[in-house]
Structures are given as C-alpha cells and as structure tokens.
Design a protein around this ligand. Sequence first.
Ligand code: FE
Ligand code: CA
Length: 534
Amino acid sequence: MSFDENDVPGLHRRTFLGLATAALAKVSLLGVGSGCSPNPLELETNPPPAAPPVPDDVFQLGVASGDPLHDRVILWTRLAPEPRNGGGMPDVNVPVIWEVFEDEGLTRPVRNGWVWAAPALAHSVHVDVDRLEPSRTYWYRFRIGDAQKSSVGRTRTFPRPDSSPERLRLASATCQKFRDGYFTAHDHIAAAELDAVVFLGDYIYESGGESSVPGREPVDVERVTTLSEFRDRYGGYKQDPSLRRAHEAHPWIVTWDDHEVSNNYAGLHWEEARRDDGDPHTIRAAAYQAWYEHMPVRLSLPEDPANLTIYRRFDFGDLARLFVVDGRQYRDPQPCNAEEGKPCQELRDSDRSMLGQAQFDWLVAGMRGSAARWNVIAQQVLFSSFTLRNNLAIPDSWDGYHRERQRLLDVMGESAVRNPMVLSGDVHAAFFNELHADAMDVESDLVGVEVLCTSITSSGDGDGMGKYLSVVEHAAPEVWYADALKRGFTICEWTRAGCDVTYYAVSTVREPKADLEIAARFRVKAGTLEIERL
Ligand code: FE
Ligand code: CA
C-alpha cells in the first residue's frame, strides 16, 4: 500500500461534512463537487462560522507540516491551552482557519480555508493543502477568527515525480527522551537547509522517572497507558521550544518505534515487566490515536485506532525513493525473550518477521519497481549484523529477524535495485555500516550502506549504548564509524553522483543551548557504493 497518491480523508473531513453542509453546498455550486478548480481563496467564498468562545493561548503546541508531495503537504496544529492537563478546550467543535503564503512576510496568499477542530481528535487538525507548486517553499499559519493566531511555519513541496532534481537533503533524528536533556539538536536542525526531517521513532517515551538534567522537569512521572495520558505526554513534549522550531522550519516525515507505545513491544506482545499495564490492544489503540493526533501525517484514523497503517513512500523526482517503514505493529515477538547477548537456539532457528508479510511484499515490490537512483529505507532499529556475527545478538533489532533481513539483503543485491541505503536509529549511538550480500560474511559483495543516527537526547551527555563498541573495534570491519557518547542527528545529501553523510553532534543536552560540531563525514559513490571518509 502506498500513500503517494493521497486521498484518504481524515476524521476532520467527515466532521466537516457532518457539520458544515450549508458551507459545503455553497462550495459545490462553485464546482468542487464536479472536480473543477474552486477559487483558491476559499475563505472569500466559504467563510467559516463564528468561532465559539475558547480560552487564550490555544496554539502553545505550535504548528507542523509533513508528508510533502510535489503538489501538496499536510499542515498540522492542535488547540490546547492546557497541553499537559487534558488540553483545556471546551467540548465543542471550533472552526480553524489555515492560510498558505508564498512569502515569509505573509503578503502573498496562495491558498486558504478552514476546518473543524473536534474534541474527538483532541482538537487537532490535519489539512492536506493541494494545488501547490513543486519544489517550492511556502509559509503558513492557523488562526481562530482574528482573535488568536499560531506561529508561522515554513514548509516545502517535493519535486515532480517525472523530474530529475539535482539534490535531496534530509536530516534523520530519533530518540528524544525529555527527561534526559534539552532538545538542543533541534535548534540546529531548524537552522539547517533541508528538504525534510525524517524522524525514526521514540518521539515520546511512555515511561516515567525523575529528570537526570537540572531544570529539565519531567513532563510527569508515571507510565502512560490511556488516551488522555498519551495526549498529555505529547502535549508536554510539544511545548518544547526547540522541537517547535524544528517543526516550524521544515516538513517532517515521521515513523514510530517502541516508546510511542510500550518498551520493546512487538505487535500485541508486551514485555514481561509491562504485562500489568493493561490490555495491549487498548493501550496500542490509545497510543496510535494520540500519535496520529500529534503528527503531521497524511493518514486517517481507522475505526479501530490499534490498526493504523503508517508505512508509505515518497518519490523525490527520479533521484530518490524513500520507504517509511513500521517495524513494530506487525512484528513477531523477539526470540530469546528479547535478551541481548549470546544468541539462543531460538534465534538461530528464527524465521520471525519484523515487517509482516504484507509490508514486506510492499517494500520489495517498491524496491524492484523503483526507477530511482537511490532507494532509501527509513526504519527504526540497527540493520547491520556485526553483533550477530560476533555472537552478541540484539533480538529487538534485525538480529532477531535475521532471515527476513537476509531476504531484504538479497533484494538489495538485485541489479534492478539501485543504490540501497538504510536509515536507522534506536541504539543511542551513531553508526555508519557497510551492508553485505550475505549478512554473515563481510567478504561478500557490498549491497548497501546503513546510516544510523544517534539520539536527540536519550542516554544524555557522554553516555549511550556503548556496550557493542568493543566488538566493533576488534571484529567488525564493515563498521566505518561508531560513537556512543554524542547526541545529535545526521544529514544525508544525495546527488546523482553520490551521497554525503554528515554526523552532527551537539556539545551538550544538559543546557538549553549547545554548539554543533561535525563528528564524522562520509561520501558514498553512486553505482559502486564505494565509501570514502571525508
Ligand atoms: Fe530510544
Ligand atoms: Ca527504540
């Protein structure tokens, strides 16, 4: 299933249809119903009803945009005057006006309209603004009448699928545990020149605990499991000014990992320590709904939010195809009771799936059918096998699903699949790895590279999941770079000739502001995947 061609109306549309039939009828007269182009300034022909009274300061969570295509992008906001305490909105629908401009000064409007923010979706709104120009920067904001205005966001459309763009620049980021530090990396992501930010999971952490950083108050201390608790957790995270700035500066393309729901969960299988938390299906429904409500994604919430299909792909002209993968919802339980270390027999025999058959088939078909110069898989966890090769398995990563990993490596090795790359996160360390045709043989052909970015904050300054580094030093020639001590993000810049990968590190997450340094840089040559350290 692919969402390249959008047309999945969200709940806001259904609400709109139900509540604004008069306005809709008016638009239909103008030709929307028959597929003609309506007046681009819809507010003039389709004014919103007067807004009911709402509290002050409803736009504290800022704005976001995401899932850019060549002619459209999702704009997001949520009305929440009390983001950590139920949102604070009255139990009524509120008409929210959205406006898109082609200049930063907001003097040249190109599209506008209005949508209902409904209590059922925590007064979040997702607007799929279409009829935009390709490869173009826009500015946008939301408002309620003339009384309250949101901050201004900037976004950008992708190039046309049939075009040949010169370059694509994406930042990848992952693992932003609030109580482990300030999101200093996001200020630098906001300042970077990018086409989009790709977020690889652990946007929130469901677990509680005291803050390890002075002044970085925990959003609360309990483990969240209900819809209102998940909403409050997102509300707390999204008030962070650095995170807000990174959303305001670029469109995001988001997937999730485990901590948006429950540590190390696999489908509906909860780890032992979490089995008293409640019914996994109910928790997953609450978690997925809250994630949907807070992410700028082109999706609609199904009847049962526990089944929310989020895997999707994006074409950046013929330069790159980006696969956004869900490694959690469909996975079989980890072998070896998910314990890291010497692989148990179950792992050796494991034919378990991380992606599930339907998503696996979708991914393989999309790779084989791709005419793109680069084929990039954005997914959650460590893909390389240097750990398993060295008898130190991580069952929650691809080591636990190593036959499926091998089947993906087989496809990456096919000549029709050009220049495969894997983006990953999760381990609170940075890695740059060669991927070989045979996962257990580093002498076999090079078929791809893995770019694993370190955490935004998780594990804090000077710490991280360094337990695999001794293996890397002695017995992992496929690992070009490994650093567990730094927090930050990675930027990949693809051209027709190659891909430059830059690992950025912040000087600290213990204070609100930090300096940025380049920790490592590599160039991957298109065609041969030959790697050069810069
Ligand atoms: Fe994490
Ligand atoms: Ca994780």
